[in-house]
Design a protein around this ligand. Sequence first.
Ligand SMILES: Cc1cc2nc3c(=O)[nH]c(=O)nc-3n(C[C@H](O)[C@H](O)[C@H](O)COP(=O)(O)OP(=O)(O)OC[C@H]3O[C@@H](n4cnc5c(N)ncnc54)[C@H](O)[C@@H]3O)c2cc1C
Length: 418
Amino acid sequence: MANLLTRRKFLNMAGVAGGSAAVYQMAMVLGLMSGRTHGSPGIVAPLGKTKRSVVLLGGGLSSLMCAYELDRAGYECTILEASHRIGGRNLTLRSGDLIDELGNQQHCRFDDELHLYFNAGPARIPAHHHYVMHYCRKLGVALESFTNVNYNTWVHDTRAFGGKPIRFRRYIADARGFIAELSAKAINAGAFDAPLSSEDLERLSAFLKSYGDLDADARYRGSSRAGYRSPGVLAPTAGMLEHPDLNLPLGLSEILKSDFWKWKMHFGEKNDQSALMLQPVGGMDNIVKAFVRNIRSPMLIRAQVKSIRIGNDGVTVVYQHRGEHKAIKADYCMNCIPMHLLVGIDNNFPVAYRKALSATGRLKFFKLGIQMSERFWERENIYGGISWTNQDITQIGYPSPRHSRQKGSRAGRLSLRP
Ligand SMILES: Cc1cc2nc3c(=O)[nH]c(=O)nc-3n(C[C@H](O)[C@H](O)[C@H](O)COP(=O)(O)OP(=O)(O)OC[C@H]3O[C@@H](n4cnc5c(N)ncnc54)[C@H](O)[C@@H]3O)c2cc1C
């Protein structure tokens, strides 16, 4: 029994590996949460003449959403936010903005131009984030498409392909081609005949040819999907663009040498990363600004929560504001401080709850935004998406879609497993 993998343990493991988004996805898959295909959050029943107060801890998006709904239902809310700004991880940087994390202050030195911004936290919204979509619609936040996958970006692995970057499309097409060819050989060798009828085998053979772009002999000899070695030429007769030189297949052993196939290759197929993704026009923090415009309750910044005590008739929260310790008492308290930070705050929560809080892990992750004086990647036919490398930076993101201007910002991201 000790080794039994319970749903709780499984969700915990998913949380350590992929954060709250992974837990949410897994809980939906396990049927523990409703996986609605559209919708809005449940409406909080109006209070009427009763008076009720709520203190909301943290000023990130989750807190803003709660405050917005509770406000409308007639609750008296107060948001306590430790930092100098509202928005939490939802952070868009523009010229002159202060970045004040862990005391290492920086100012964003981008040129002061509207399109030069960097979403330092979340950048993309998957189509199934129904609540975020709901509030964007309701609060008038305009959305545009976000390019997460782009077949023209680069795959760079110092251990393969002579250390030279190759196009994403070439890796994908060649990997598929070789796998399809191997599978076709297995069919011909009779290795597949047990579970499949002869009709199925025929269809499978046709499927593999189409899937891997194999030739009539079920061999992979390169594909137009992998791109061309030279630019096209106009065919004299048809007046059509022809490409005589296919890229040579990379070679299966080179493909396998690179670790791209482990997860980077499939990154854009994950439920929360696949097309079509969206982003607010002009910066992710437009969602924060829209909430702030529509919330009546006070939001205290530089108000760091120090203690949370649950009593019989409400909750007392002590916070530090302008060098002083102050206390606020409310009927309810909604915690929107991430669990790994909450665990360090004095509290009288039940022991089992505290234990659960301490059991959560976190990923090490950073994003770095760089302004470039020239959008040189557009000369390489790259408009949005991510290039991948096996070096520390891991991902290099391109602006999406603010194309064809002179200057642009690029994002580098590093993610490490916990
Ligand atoms: C680099 C990065 C990229 C991401 N990319 C995406 C993405 O592309 N798409 C996506 O959907 N999600 C993404 N996420 C996740 C997304 O940002 C979060 O899920 C979401 O912003 C969390 O909102 P929140 O309100 O729960 O928490 P937070 O935004 O973390 O808000 C918590 C707030 O609590 C405050 N706080 C902490 N301690 C105290 C204290 N003692 N007293 C008072 N206040 C305190 C913090 O300052 C903060 O403002 C990304 C996250 C990061 C970090």
